[in-house]
Design a protein around this ligand. Structure first.
Ligand code: MIG
Length: 643
């Protein structure tokens, strides 16, 4: 049961799409209002766990930390970041009393979740907020009701589940062809190559540098013949350049955000001074989405959206601005100067609204604009993932979790972030595998890939000036092939489980405690996850470790993949120490269940999703099966595979 409670004036976020009735008085929370905003607090039981909050640091259990919901970019974020690129204000308290709560506000909010061992939740929403309160039998049940209310998650094409290679620094056609060739020569699977900002003419959106890419259309089509897609980046800022059609139109139609004097707001980003599209205006949003015809004409079918918090190097007000970037706010650690978010406005229903008051919506609205445009332009599903987001954007695209670093800690954060993201609808997500900043060792990359095998977005990406991170640059070719091969052999399961989850308002990745309700042990597990309905994973997350303890909440089938074959054995409920060599992956199939395994291949163009064998001790598997690219998706596409 979901009920809503309104506090003050709030701008529409469109996060919730289901009709929700008003309740008379918000349960559980004590509330008051003062000059800092709306406060909500409630006591916590000693053992209550808190799940959710999407893209946020700390463990699967979010208790014991502060979270500042204010979309922030930070190149090379560490795990003490209070804010990430997205704000996902939904969490579930799982204790004697169980409830979910979504603070739907586009403005800044601070969540103190038992941060001082006070056994209290304190939430501050700086502006008006609609609070959705969800009651249910279990954390899982509550989450599923919430997922239903926020609407169906984005449906990617099958190829979006392949392995992608990316790097900031691929600068021309030769680079792209070399990467693809090297993967082929190494007999390693590859599905797509991301083009970072260097493909553009002076970093201008909807342009190609024709010196570096003399025939982009030809390249895209050559690559597609080999099964490889190219995925360009699109940044938020539109370069100020009279004579450029997109720029001229945006100015003429008043589609850009305004500065404090009422002119178009100037912000320095990669292309130099730019304007930001005012996605809050319906016309401007549609206009921006239509610009993607530039890319679809070249044959592109996948995109990643960057710098859309929006990230600003400095604004046109830089000469007037003094003092620290955070303007004295110790909770703000983003790279953009805080003042700059107060220096421009949007037009919302005919009213001028400070960007600061609706900040958290901006990136998600860019995803919506792109998604709706592409829906019109393409007759097939497309790949789309964004850096910045708000709940609601999960209906249009996925997200990646931004500029992490090549460290074991960040690998562990990747693991603990996945359940929260799934609870907030962002089923299609993943991290920069191997880490964005820093030097990735062979061991770290292999272990990280072995985890990413199970995340819908599996992309190796890193920054310019860092150690080249493509798999073929490392020794241990056999180990890399083993892990990437496993991804492709598991695709019948991964794709089927993803689609079933998205089409039925479910999570694709869950914490153990969501399934094993009365299991106290399961509640504390932070380094194992349930993937789909039938698989439990226990990735190796520490340097130098060839063994790890695994907790089995029930008897399971252990599956060991060594690069050639799957060996299965029965393992009983309890703790086991298992050996996992580099290049090996060990995972578990739940009791009475089984999973479909496909044939070895290096690209989804070679896959026959219907040609599977079953692993595990169940008798059958209900497989979601469609052509992988048209919009003919639905729960009618299920078939039962029997032994
Ligand atoms: O200011 O486009 O998070 O993935 O490689 C940095 C260059 C801009 C940030 C993204 C990262 C991307 C990089 N971008």
């Amino acid at each position: 049961m979901i009920t809503r409670y309104d506090f003050g004036k709030k701008y529409e976020t469109s996060a919730v799409v289901q009709k929700v009735e008003y309740g008379s008085r918000l349960p559980v929370f004590e509330t008051f209002q003062d000059e800092s905003g709306y406060h909500f607090s409630c006591p916590l039981g000693k053992d209550d766990a808190i799940y959710g909050l999407g893209e946020s640091m700390n463990g699967i259990n979010k208790r014991g930390a502060r979270y500042v919901m204010f979309n922030s970019e930070n190149m090379n974020h560490k795990d003490d970041m209070l804010s990430m690129y997205g704000s996902h204000n939904f969490f579930v308290v799982d204790g004697e009393r169980k409830f979910g709560v979504f603070f739907d506000t586009p403005a800044r909010a601070v969540f103190d979740l038992d941060v001082d061992n006070s056994s209290k939740i304190d939430v501050l929403c700086e502006q008006g907020v609609v609070v959705y309160f969800v009651e249910g039998e279990s954390a899982y049940d509550i989450t599923r009701q919430y997922l239903k209310a926020i609407g169906q998650s984005y449906l990617p094409p099958l190829w979006a589940f392949g392995y992608g290679q990316s790097r900031w620094g691929y600068k021309n056609e030769k680079d792209v062809r070399r990467i693809v060739r090297k993967y082929k020569e190494a007999d390693l699977p590859l599905e797509y190559v991301c083009l970072d900002i260097d493909y553009m003419d002076r970093y201008i959106d909807f342009s190609v540098d024709t010196k570096r890419f003399p025939d982009m259309k030809g390249l895209v089509s050559d690559m597609k013949k080999e099964g490889i897609r190219l995925v360009p980046i699109v940044d938020a800022g539109i370069k100020i350049e009279p004579g450029n059609k997109v720029y001229d139109e945006g100015v003429e139609k008043n589609y850009f955000c305004k500065n404090l004097e009422g002119g178009d707001f100037g912000a320095q980003v990669w292309p130099g001074m730019t304007h930001f599209t005012d996605f809050f205006q319906k016309d401007a949003s549609e206009w921006f989405g239509n610009q993607y015809v530039f890319y679809t004409d070249l044959g592109f079918e996948g995109f990643w959206l960057d710098m859309n918090e929006p990230s600003i190097f400095h604004s046109e007000y830089k000469d007037e601005q003094k003092g620290p970037k955070n303007c004295g706010d110790p909770l703000y650690k983003g790279g953009t100067r805080l003042d700059d978010y107060r220096n421009f406005t949007h037009e919302i229903n005919g009213e001028r609204v400070s960007h600061y008051d609706v900040h958290n919506l901006y990136g998600g609205l860019m995803t919506k604009a792109a998604g709706e445009g592409l829906e019109q332009l393409l007759d097939r599903r497309f790949l789309l993932f964004s850096r910045s987001s708000y709940i609601g954007a999960h209906r249009y695209g996925g997200i990646w979790t931004g500029d992490n670093s090549s460290s074991w800690r960040m690998l562990r954060r990747n693991v603990t972030m996945m359940p929260g993201l799934n609870m907030c609808g962002f089923l299609y997500s993943g991290a920069d595998t191997g880490g964005f900043m820093g030097f990735c060792s062979c061991e770290l990359l292999l272990r990280w890939l072995a985890f990413s095998v199970f995340t819908p977005l599996m992309r190796n990406h890193n920054a310019i000036f860092m150690r080249p991170q493509e798999c073929y640059n490392y020794t241990g070719r056999k180990d890399f092939r083993s892990i990437l091969d496993l991804r492709y052999r598991l695709l019948p399961y991964i794709y089927s489980e993803y689609m079933k989850a998205a089409l039925s308002s479910d999570m694709y990745i869950k914490p153990l405690s969501f399934l094993y309700l009365d299991d106290k042990e399961a509640k504390g597990i932070e380094d194992q996850l349930i993937v789909g309905e039938n698989v439990m994973i226990a990735p190796v997350l520490c340097k130098g470790k060839k063994h790890r303890d695994v907790y089995l909440p029930e008897d399971m089938t252990q599956v060991r993949w060594d690069g050639n074959s799957f060996s299965c054995s029965d393992v009983s409920k309890g703790v086991h120490n298992i050996k996992v060599g580099l290049g090996e992956v060990v995972f578990f199939i739940r009791k009475g269940k089984c999973i479909p395994i496909g044939k070895k291949c290096n690209n989804t163009s070679e896959i026959d999703l219907a040609d599977v064998t079953l692993l595990g001790n169940g008798d059958e598997y209900v497989q979601y099966l469609d052509d992988g690219f048209t919009h003919d998706c639905g729960m009618r596409n299920l078939r039962t595979v029997k032994r």
